[in-house]
Design a protein around this ligand. Structure first.
Ligand code: PLP
Length: 412
């Protein structure tokens, strides 16, 4: 098998698996229990959280562990609920309904929030877990340029005094584009200063989904200037269903589940100890191999681009080297996927969740591809399971499958 879909899922590494194993069996205790072995498990859990946090320049207390990136993304958006609560509480006066204020007085009284369209801004190329939650808060999309980078002009034009949250992934999950987050956070800081000067109390936060980033980027939340950041163990050779939200001290969130009060009351439920231990190990491995992996995937990408034939490269610039998006215009990429699977090569057309619903890629559309280009686009995402030999072999098989498909089309 040649697996070229590492953006959809990565296998759990052997080291991760070994690190997790004892916490399924011998060290199975509930971290909240009162006896000593449980306290040791609780301490290991905190240490693991500290390791994950340290990798992004944060502390264990800054992280809320979640059941994956979708949950972390949903949690980040509860910053808006906090604003609603603040302004609709019995002892706080409501903000004046100037323009399209975040919550109208009538809506707050009815306890049915109606958000201003400018309360939430999100990049139009975001993962569905952001797009869906942003829509819940009547968010509006920020455009991207044809190279996949945020259109800063469009972003600036859409920020108003009502804007509370901007959500922009660090690395796009379909084309691997790395967004200039530091530039966006500098803009957000200036807006804060300006609001302060004008006596406007509405906060503005920058959230970034970094699910696809930890494998190849050295992330530091302070350097990037983000207020919240989503991490995902499943994309870095850790277990599925484990994620984290980094939350800076200024941001106040609302619980996504209530109960035992775990994770600072924001995500109640018995801690997933093996998952978090595995997540920490995966983070360490990613950090350790960062530079080696960058070189490895740059080399793999170079091989693919030189050996593949008659394609158009979609993500030419500003993207991680483990993302190679190719367009075979006039050919149905969905068919290519099945034909390649017959040859034991696993690739994708875009995000796995969109593919399973038969949806056309909103990302490729956003960067200006025509319908026929979108229909002919393949996403290859490289990873740990690949060797250089496999990459040569994949190029050879893809060439042959594409040319026989062209032949088939020519012959009607
Ligand atoms: N965000 C991004 C950028 C992703 O690539 C993914 C997974 O594909 C998710 C969020 C959702 O992650 P999960 O399914 O683990 O919740």
């Amino acid at each position: 098998m040649i697996y070229l879909d590492h953006a959809a899922a990565t296998p759990v590494s052997q080291k991760v698996l070994q690190a997790m194993k004892p916490y399924f069996t011998d060290d199975f205790f509930n971290p909240s229990a009162a006896y000593l072995p449980a306290k040791k498990v609780a301490a290991d859990y905190e240490t693991a959280k500290g390791t994950i946090a340290h990798a992004i320049g944060a502390k264990a207390n800054d992280l809320v562990i979640t059941g994956g990136a979708t949950e972390a993304n949903n949690l980040a958006f509860t910053a808006l609920e906090t604003e609603l609560k603040l302004h609709s509480g019995p002892h706080r006066s409501l903000p004046s309904p100037r323009g399209s204020r975040a919550i109208s007085r009538a809506a707050a009284l009815r306890n049915t929030p109606s958000w201003s369209v400018n309360s939430v801004l999100y990049l139009e190329t975001e993962h569905d877990s952001i797009r869906a939650v942003a829509q819940k808060y009547s968010g509006i999309a920020i455009k991207v340029l044809p190279n996949g980078l945020v259109d800063l002009k469009d972003l600036k034009s859409k920020i108003t005094d009502e804007t509370i949250l901007i959500s922009m992934s660090l690395v796009n999950n379909e084309i691997g584009t790395i967004q200039p987050l530091a530039e966006v956070s500098a803009l957000v800081k200036n807006i804060r200063i300006d609001r302060l000067k004008r006596g406007i109390e509405t906060p503005i936060y920058l959230h970034s989904d970094a699910s696809q980033a930890l494998n190849l980027l050295d992330i530091n939340v302070a350097r990037l200037g983000v207020d919240m950041m989503t991490l995902n163990a499943a994309k870095i050779y850790g277990p599925k269903g484990v994620g984290a939200l980094y939350v800076s001290h200024d941001v106040k969130l609302q619980p996504i589940s209530v109960g035992g009060g775990q994770e600072q009351g924001l995500r109640s439920g018995t801690e997933n100890v093996p998952g978090v231990i595995g997540f920490a190990e995966a983070v360490c491995e990613a950090k350790e191999h960062l530079n080696g992996n960058r070189k490895k995937y740059a080399n793999f990408k170079k091989i693919l681009l030189s050996e593949l034939e008659n394609y158009e490269l979609i993500n030419k610039k500003h993207s991680l080297d483990n993302f190679v998006v190719l367009c075979y215009n006039g050919i149905d990429a969905e068919r290519l996927i099945y034909l390649l699977e017959e040859q034991n090569i696993y690739v994708a057309t875009g995000a796995a969740c969109a593919a399973s619903k038969g949806k056309k890629s909103h990302v490729l559309k956003a960067i200006g591809l025509s319908d026929s280009q979108i229909a002919g686009s393949l996403r290859l995402t490289l990873g740990e399971t690949n060797s250089e030999e496999q990459i040569h072999e994949a190029a050879r098989i893809i060439n042959s499958v594409v040319s026989s498909e062209k032949e088939r089309l020519r012959n009607g």
